[in-house]
Design a protein around this ligand. Structure first.
Ligand SMILES: [Zn+2]
Length: 724
């Protein structure tokens, strides 16, 4: 459930027995290939890349555009909301493909607390009590214009709703709060407008929708309506579907309003796997301790939001709060408009199904995990099944390698997650179930929106940024050259428009949240990446994110599906087979030093008196340790010495976890990265420190600096001892 294109960007270490990987035999010799391999590049992590390059070439020849298109068509032929019979059928399809490729495959069920809408009624009235709108209006486009849409009338599509919304029957005046960010609500307060007792109308964008509801609830609102403004993903950007790729008037963005930044996963089992046999007594039931709002929230199309917005009285809104509808937006809070929301959510424990496929390696302790979610709000062609189709073609490639006698050095685990849309539930429950094993997993590779267009994008932990660049250099682009070449070209073109400093190497984003990497990285400390290929995509989480939209606007010949399968698969192959783990801690250390510098400047600007000296010294020590371990990583060792370096490289990441977690949210344990408590999708770096500064809480910030210092010193020590 990553944000749309137009939204702003969004344990304890188990001691390793030194012999565990020392005995791993080298890669088998692949069969002779007729492909001309060209000169062998030097790739970080390999003593000699030539053998790997032959396996890579064999792998790259397998993912098939046409087959990816067939997977996509099958997976999206029915709406497959998590826990539905249609969702279970997609699990069986994926499991069959995993088995056919030779993976040891299991469908893993969990029982989780999910809401399903029984009744969604929203109506707006003017001051005289005249009804202006009665919704939600079913999503519909004219079947006679531009080919219409063949999927929109499927009766199995659930009415547009928000996962994790409370039930409720409220009638109140309405206040317009722009995107519903902390700053937006502060500005409203400054303008003398209270949301207490009101229904808040906000537009999508800028932050995670659950954060909008969390702030509104904290300020005493009785309900929230979240609509899609045409300025954000509609006609302001271009033609609306089915003529173009942008959001039509009736299309609604469904989505979870879970308090994801408190913890993701099953609301009743934070930190615990909700397996089918989990006793009821192990579930929490106190709503105050859970990650769900207590007020009702529902999404709206702009068609349904328009009469409300247009009728709002009160002051004119600030000019940057004006969206794309053809009248001046006002702030409301007066009697000119009243809205009635009546939501009945059926909450109960429902069964969901992850599909797990395993390729055992020589080393069964060091897992390489890769995954994508499978459930969708409706048909989910882009989100998420463009990712699933590509993942299945990557698995197809692994299957061909297995037939040729390949056995990876490390064990590969592929996950097809369920109920991601409700709040990263399938991945979180599985990760919580395997926390001990994952404490030495060497990477988690995510994809969610695999393909919505031709522009490759990636986000990663700093230690894996160089790794992603190297993989992208090896994969051909449908536009010519490599994925890396086209990616760099696109970033350079973008930067010329913005007149920024010249880009000589691709920039890779920071992981926030909103997809399945969160439990692996931010709860368990598994280094992670997230990749996809983007384009103009205005139908996110609507009924129109379907196969018809996909073949018209995203990837008609599935060549970007093929590209995605190749990049995703190569990430897995490289991480599974490198001699030395390809984490670049030099970059990591430098990044942390710069995060601290920026935080110190913010603290100074906020006139907070804090001592950054120990944390800065520890960050510099971590960066220096990264430099010296890099020398070891490139010194081509073998056997026991190499195994020792690999353990240290992996344990250094675990050392960055703080078992106490972050203030207000102990589930989030990583000291360097978390989704922002008040942003959600966007990452906050050194979150304990930066959010303490946001709150102007010097004592809390200083305590977080101490925790960070300890974590950095722990990680530095592990890296320093690596060669000893
Ligand atoms: Zn998704």
């Amino acid at each position: 459930m990553p944000p749309t294109e137009t939204l702003p960007a969004p344990p304890t270490a188990v001691p390793e027995p030194a012999a565990a990987t020392a005995a791993a035999p080298p890669l088998a010799e692949p069969p002779t290939s007729s492909v001309d391999l060209g000169p062998t590049p030097s790739v970080f992590g390999y003593n000699d890349f030539s053998r790997q390059q032959k396996w890579d070439n064999l792998f790259l020849s397998v993912p098939d555009a046409k087959l990816a298109g067939e997977h996509l068509k099958t997976l999206t032929s029915e709406p497959h909301w998590a826990s539905s019979p249609e969702d279970q059928r997609t699990a069986q399809y994926v499991a069959a493909k995993f088995r056919a490729a030779g993976l040891t495959t299991e469908i893993v069920p969990f029982r989780v607390y999910l809401n399903k809408p029984l009744k969604i009624e929203i109506a707006a009235f003017d001051a005289a009590g005249r009804r202006l709108m009665s919704g939600p209006t079913p999503e519909h486009v004219d079947p006679k214009e531009y080919g219409g849409d063949p999927f929109q009338d499927d009766p199995r599509v659930l009415p547009a709703f928000n996962g994790s919304s409370a039930s409720g029957d409220v009638t109140a005046q309405v206040v317009y709060a722009n995107y519903g960010t902390v700053q937006d609500f502060k500005l409203l307060e400054k303008m003398g407008i209270s949301v207490k007792g009101k229904i808040v109308l906000v537009r999508y964008g800028a932050n995670f929708r659950g954060v909008k509801v969390m702030i509104a609830q904290q300020l005493g609102a009785v309900g929230v309506l979240i609509y899609s403004d045409p300025a954000d993903d509609g006609y302001v950007h271009g033609d609306m579907y089915p003529r173009g790729p942008w959001r039509p008037a009736s299309a609604v963005q469904r989505g979870s309003v879970q308090f994801l930044t408190r913890y993701p996963g099953d609301p009743e089992t934070p930190g615990v796997a909700s397996t089918p046999d989990l006793p009821e007594s192990d579930r929490i039931t106190d709503p105050a301790k859970m990650n769900q709002p207590s007020i009702p929230a529902n999404p709206l199309s702009y068609q349904d939001a328009e009469p409300i917005l247009q009728g709002l009285g009160g002051a004119e809104s600030p000019r940057d709060w004006q969206g794309g509808l053809p009248f001046t937006y006002h702030l409301g809070g007066t009697a000119s408009i009243t809205v009635h929301m009546h939501l009945e959510q059926e909450y109960k424990l429902r069964t969901i199904w992850d599909v797990i496929g395993i390729i055992p390696g020589w080393d069964t302790r060091a897992w390489v995990v890769a995954g994508n979610h499978r459930d969708a709000w409706a048909f989910g062609a882009v989100d998420p099944n463009s990712g699933t189709a590509a993942m299945l073609e990557a698995v197809h490639g692994f299957g061909e390698l297995l037939k040729q006698g390949w056995k990876p050095r490390r064990t590969i685990v592929i996950g097809s997650w369920d109920a991601e849309e409700e709040g990263l539930i399938g991945s979180t429950e599985w990760a919580e179930m395997h926390a001990a094993e994952l404490s030495h997993a060497v990477a988690y590779f995510n994809t969610d929106v695999g393909v919505s267009g031709p522009e490759f994008t990636a986000a990663a932990v700093p230690s894996l940024k160089q790794f992603v660049r190297e993989v992208a250099r090896e994969v051909p682009s449908p536009k010519g050259g490599s994925v890396y070449d086209q990616w760099l070209k696109a970033q350079q073109a973008g930067s010329r428009i913005r007149a920024a400093e010249p880009i000589t190497e691709v920039r890779i984003g920071t992981l926030g949240s909103g997809s399945d990497f969160t439990p692996f990285l931010q709860h368990l400390g598994v280094p992670a990446t997230d990749i996809g290929s983007d384009g103009p995509y205005g139908v996110y989480h609507s009924v129109f994110d379907n196969y018809n939209w996909f073949i018209k606007f995203a990837d008609p010949t599935f060549v970007y599906e093929q590209q995605q399968a190749r990049v995703f698969g190569l990430e897995v192959l490289h991480m599974a087979d490198t001699d030395v783990l390809p984490y670049d801690y030099r970059l990591y250390g430098q990044d942390v030093v710069s995060y601290l510098k920026a935080a110190q400047e913010r603290a100074t600007a906020a006139k907070m008196s804090l001592d950054f000296s120990d944390a800065t010294t520890a960050a510099q020590r971590f960066a220096a340790a990264g430099e010296s371990v890099y020398k070891l990583q490139t010194s081509h060792q073998s056997g026991v010495a190499l195994a020792g370096v690999n353990f240290a490289l992996r344990d250094a990441e675990t050392a960055l976890l703080n078992n106490a977690g972050l203030p207000h949210r102990p589930w989030y344990k990583h000291t360097i990265y978390a989704p922002g408590e008040y942003t959600g999708y966007a990452a906050v770096v050194i979150p304990g420190v930066n959010e303490g500064i946001d709150e102007a809480d010097a004592a809390r910030t200083q305590a977080q600096l101490v925790a960070l210092t300890k974590a950095l010193n722990r990680a530095a020590k592990i890296l320093e001892d690596a060669g000893k």
